[in-house]
Ligand binder design. Structure first.
Ligand SMILES: NC(=O)c1ccc[n+]([C@@H]2O[C@H](COP(=O)([O-])OP(=O)(O)OC[C@H]3O[C@@H](n4cnc5c(N)ncnc54)[C@H](O)[C@@H]3O)[C@@H](O)[C@H]2O)c1
Length: 363
């Protein structure tokens, strides 16, 4: 392959801006185009990030020969259709989490990419977050003994864009949006050992005027090797993004806090211009992040995916991982809907996870 991997970015808002920033520190990557359907947005994004081509139609961008790989930062309900088009155009694909809306879409994406001989890579940055990478090393080198309990939580006061709140476009609420991080994080820490069961409790506690989806959830995962994992997800937690994990092992315990634990404790009478993602009011005491994108592992994640494309390597996180995460998400919604533990494997032809939780209102 030529020296640099040519990249097409799909989307021009929140996560795509992070993708563009992250790629600036990946020497083997060159962003050659951006595509976004809203007139003017792709053009503005291209000017800001010095990208030579911008498009409003995906087919136009995919016809560019210089593009080797696309990165999908568009709403969940279009991940599948964009992946299929890109695969047929011979492009490698990085899909933001969650992989797609349902298990049938996941199979279609995986099989189409296999047939087209392109890589389907699943963007889960927690597997590249430097503090969590070190945490996994502590586990792998035996410092903590045998893992017993894994915990991870992600919390803020709710997403920035409408499509997250609309279950038709998102597939579900906070469990779909942020529970997916925790599930892949646990699978990765536990070396992809099989999951035995899932139990979940969900509620729409605060945002009933905005969504029928869940805005709080607790997910308990039981692995076949005896490890238990607990995820806490919230769209109702004030005071800025929170992302932390714990490992309780037979020989030790470790706590890792990605944001508050890496920040500058700041007091300001005026407030901080930018403190952290979804910081809210920063007058008085706040925690101010530095190198937020690096601390979250985005440049490291893209360096890996670009290396996979350039040197034909297997990605650390693939379409199969994205599907495995989605299966656990569906099981979590089924559990919360039925009020009982759900055994894995869990098969369902529901078109989105939310439908299984909705059943609770139809009893
Ligand atoms: N890894 C993470 O931590 C993380 C964080 C935020 C979002 N995400 C994921 O990234 C995706 C996008 O989220 P966001 O926060 O950037 O949303 P956003 O609303 O900020 O941006 C979405 C972008 O997608 C574009 N878009 C809409 N329909 C499209 C289509 N049919 N084809 C191509 N582009 C289309 C929009 O024009 C917009 O530019 C979601 O799947 C979300 O779950 C991941």
């Amino acid at each position: 392959m030529k020296n640099k991997v040519g990249i097409g970015i799909v989307g021009s808002q929140f996560i795509s801006s992070i993708h563009a920033e992250a790629l600036k520190s990946v020497p083997d990557a060159q962003i050659v185009a951006v595509m976004s359907p809203t007139a003017g947005n792709a053009k503005e994004f291209a000017a800001k990030h010095n990208i030579p081509n911008h498009f409003t139609k995906i087919d136009d961008m995919l016809s560019l020969k210089e593009i080797d790989m696309i990165i999908i930062g568009a709403p969940n309900n279009v991940h599948c259709e964009i992946t299929l088009k890109a695969a047929l155009a011979g492009k490698h694909i990085v899909v933001e989490k969650p992989l797609c809306m349902n298990l049938a879409e996941a199979d279609l994406m995986i099989n189409t990419c296999k047939e087209a001989k392109v890589k389907l890579m699943y963007a889960e940055e927690l597997c590249f977050t430097p503090k969590y990478v070190r945490l996994k090393q502590l586990l792998d080198e035996g410092t903590l003994g045998k893992p017993i309990l894994l915990k991870q939580s992600e919390k803020h006061d709710g997403p920035h864009a409408d499509h997250f709140w609309d279950v038709e476009k998102s597939g579900g609420g906070v469990t779909m949006d942020m529970g997916c991080h925790a599930i892949q994080f646990f699978r990765w820490l536990n070396n992809n050992k099989p999951i035995k069961s899932v139990y979940a409790q969900m509620s729409t506690s605060v945002h009933k005027n905005k969504t029928i989806g869940d805005d709080n959830s607790i997910i308990i995962i039981e692995f076949e090797n005896g490890v238990t994992a607990i995820a806490e997800e919230s769209w109702t937690k004030l005071g800025g993004m929170d992302d932390r994990a714990e490992i309780h092992g037979s020989e030790g315990v470790a706590y890792a806090d990605v944001l508050q634990g890496n920040s500058i404790q700041t007091y300001s009478k005026k407030g901080v211009g930018y403190a952290v993602e979804k910081a809210g009011n920063t007058v008085g005491w706040s925690f101010t992040m530095y190198e937020e994108i690096w601390n979250y592992g985005f440049p490291q994640e893209f360096a890996h995916f670009v290396d996979c494309v350039k040197h034909d390597k297997e990605p650390l996180v693939s379409g199969e991982d994205g599907k495995a995460v989605l299966e656990i998400i569906f099981a979590a919604y089924e559990s919360a809907g039925a009020g009982k533990k759900v055994m894995i494997p869990f098969k369902t032809d529901a078109d989105k996870p939310y439908m299984l939780w909705k059943k609770r209102t139809e009893k």
